[in-house]
Design a protein around this ligand. Structure first.
Ligand code: NAP
Length: 444
C-alpha cells in the first residue's frame, strides 16, 4: 500500500456495536479459563450498577436544554470503581457500560486497588461555552450524589474532559460534603488542587513504556528499538499529542498525526516538527495546514507504512473494512477499543502485533491511583518518583502478559483458541478477578 492511496473502507453491519465487541473479546478469553466456573465468568462480564440521569441546564442565551448522563459501576472487587468521564455526542449507555468493563480489567491487570467504572454526558463540548460546561458538570455530579465518592467510585478525565472538568467535579462534591478530605473523589485534577505530577502525560507515557518493554522482550518481529522507529498517531488530544512528544524523545520519527479535522504527513517523509504542529493546532483548532506537511485523510493515515501506529482518538477505528490496509509492525492502543475483533484477526494473520488497550493505555489510571494515594496521605511525590513507579508497574504488567501469551498452546488456532496479546491480557485480568471473587465468596 502506498502512503496516500485512498480506498472505500466500511465495517460490517453491527461490527462497531460496543457490546458485541466486548462479548466477543470476552468469549475469546474465557476459552482459556476452563478452570473458572462458567457462571462466575458470566458474572464478571456484567456491570454491577448503571445510573442514567437527566441533566437540565440553562444555556447562556437563557433557554433550557437537557442532556443525558450516565455512570456505570462495573466492579468493586479490588476497591472503589475507577474510570473517566467523557463528553461527546456519541456517548451512549451501551458504550459507557463497555468502557466500564474495560476499566475493571485494566485495574485488575495492573494490580491496582480499584474496580472499574465509566461515565459520560452526551453533548458536543465544541458547541458549548465554558459556563455551560461548568453547569452541566456541576448538575451531573450533584445528580450522581453519593454514588461517587473517595471510597466508592472515583472519576477521571476522558475524551473532551480535562483537569478543569475534574476541578469542577471536586468543587461540587466538596460543597456537598463539607469538612471532609474530598480530594480523592476525583483524579486528573490541576496540580494546585491535589493533582499528581505526571498525571497529564501518564497515559501516553504508559504507551511508550509498554511498547519499549514489548520490543525489548522480542515481541515485535522486525523491530528492536524505539530509536529510529517510524510512528504514526491518530488523535492529537491529551493522549496522542503527548505520545508524539514522548516517542520522539525516545528517538522515534513522528511521520504523521491527525485530529477530527483530518491528518497530516511530514512533507519530506521524515518527521513532523511538533512545536509547529502544536502551535498551528492552538491557533487554528486543527493540525491540518501545518507548513511543511501534506494533508491526507484519517483513513489514509491508518494505512501509512510505519513501525508503530498509535490510534489515540475513538473506538472502532480499525475494522474489517480497513484492517488489510494497516501497514505497521506494531499497533499501540492509546485509545480504548480502537480495533474490532474482526480487525484483530486480520492483523494477527498479517503478523501485525497489537498492544491492547487494557495494557497500553493503563498508565493514566495507574498515575490516577498514585494521585488518590497522595491525596489520602496529604502528600506529594516528585515527577521522578511518579515516573519511576509507573515504569516499574507498566514493565511488570507487560512481562506478565507476554509470559501468558508465550504460555498459550502453539496450536491455538487448531484448538479454536485466540492467541493474541489482547486475549493474554484479558485472561490475566479475568483470572485474577475470578480468584478474588471466589476468595471473598459470593454474598450471602
Ligand atoms: P481528547 O484529549 O479529547 O482527544 C481526542 C482526540 O481525538 C482529539 O485530538 C480529537 O480531535 C481526536 N479525534 C476525535 N475524533 C476523531 C476522528 N474521527 N479521527 C481522528 N481524530 C479524532 O481525548 P484523550 O483523553 O486523548 O483520549 C483519547 C482516547 O484515549 C480515548 O479513547 C480515551 O478513552 C483513551 N484514554 C484516555 C486516557 C486519558 O488519561 N485521557 C486514559 C486511557 C485511555 P480534535 O482535537 O479535532 O477534537
Amino acid at each position: 500500500m502506498t502512503d496516500t492511496q485512498s480506498s472505500q473502507s466500511t465495517p460490517l453491519a453491527d461490527e462497531l456495536d460496543p457490546e458485541r465487541i466486548l462479548t466477543e473479546q470476552f468469549h475469546r478469553a474465557r476459552t482459556h479459563l476452563s478452570e473458572v466456573p462458567p457462571g462466575l465468568v458470566d458474572y464478571l462480564r456484567l456491570p454491577r450498577r448503571t445510573i442514567n440521569v437527566s441533566v437540565p441546564v440553562q444555556m447562556d442565551d437563557g433557554h433550557i436544554r437537557h442532556f443525558e448522563g450516565y455512570r456505570v459501576l462495573h466492579s468493586r472487587m479490588f476497591g472503589p470503581g475507577k474510570g473517566g468521564i467523557r463528553y461527546h455526542p456519541a456517548v451512549s449507555p451501551g458504550e459507557v457500560k463497555v468502557l466500564a468493563a474495560l476499566m475493571s480489567w485494566k485495574c485488575a491487570l495492573l494490580h491496582l486497588p480499584f474496580g472499574g467504572a465509566k461515565g459520560g454526558v452526551a453533548c458536543d463540548p465544541k458547541e458549548l461555552s465554558e459556563g455551560e460546561l461548568r453547569r452541566i458538570t456541576r448538575r451531573f455530579i450533584s445528580e450522581l450524589g453519593d454514588n461517587i465518592g473517595p471510597y466508592t467510585d472515583v472519576p477521571a478525565p476522558d475524551v473532551y474532559t480535562d483537569a478543569q472538568t475534574m476541578a469542577w467535579i471536586y468543587d461540587t462534591y466538596d460543597q456537598l460534603h463539607p469538612g471532609e478530605n474530598n480530594l480523592p473523589v476525583v483524579t486528573g485534577k490541576p496540580r494546585e488542587l491535589g493533582g499528581s505530577a505526571g498525571r497529564t502525560e501518564a497515559t501516553s507515557r504508559g504507551c511508550v513504556y509498554t511498547a519499549e518493554r514489548l520490543i525489548a522482550l522480542g515481541g515485535v518481529p522486525g523491530l528492536d528499538s524505539l530509536q529510529g522507529a517510524r510512528v504514526v498517531i491518530q488523535g492529537f488530544g491529551n493522549v496522542g499529542r503527548i505520545a508524539a512528544r514522548l516517542f520522539q524523545e525516545m528517538g522515534a520519527h513522528i511521520r504523521a498525526v491527525s485530529d477530527s479535522g483530518g491528518a497530516i504527513l511530514a512533507e519530506n517523509g521524515d518527521t513532523l516538527d511538533l512545536d509547529r504542529v502544536e502551535a498551528h493546532k492552538a491557533d487554528h483548532g486543527s493540525v491540518v495546514g501545518v507548513p511543511g506537511s501534506r494533508t491526507i485523510t484519517n483513513d489514509d493515515l491508518l494505512a501509512l507504512e510505519c513501525d508503530i501506529l498509535v490510534p489515540a482518538a475513538l473506538g472502532g477505528q480499525i475494522h474489517s473494512g480497513n484492517a488489510t490496509r494497516v501497514a505497521a509492525r506494531l499497533v499501540v492502543e492509546g485509545a480504548n477499543r480502537p480495533i474490532t475483533p474482526e480487525a484483530d484477526d486480520v492483523l494477527a494473520a498479517r503478523g501485525i502485533v497489537v498492544l491492547p488497550d487494557i495494557l497500553a493505555n493503563a498508565g493514566g489510571v495507574t498515575v490516577s491511583y498514585y494521585e488518590w494515594v497522595q491525596n489520602i496521605e496529604h502528600h506529594s511525590w516528585s515527577l521522578e518518583e511518579v515516573n519511576n513507579r509507573l515504569r516499574t508497574r507498566m514493565f511488570d504488567a507487560t512481562d506478565r502478559v507476554v509470559a501468558r501469551w508465550r504460555g498459550f498452546p502453539q496450536d491455538c488456532a487448531e484448538q479454536g483458541l485466540c492467541g493474541d496479546l489482547r486475549t493474554a491480557a484479558l485472561v490475566e485480568a479475568l483470572d485474577r478477578l475470578a480468584k478474588a471473587t471466589l476468595q471473598r465468596g459470593i454474598w450471602p
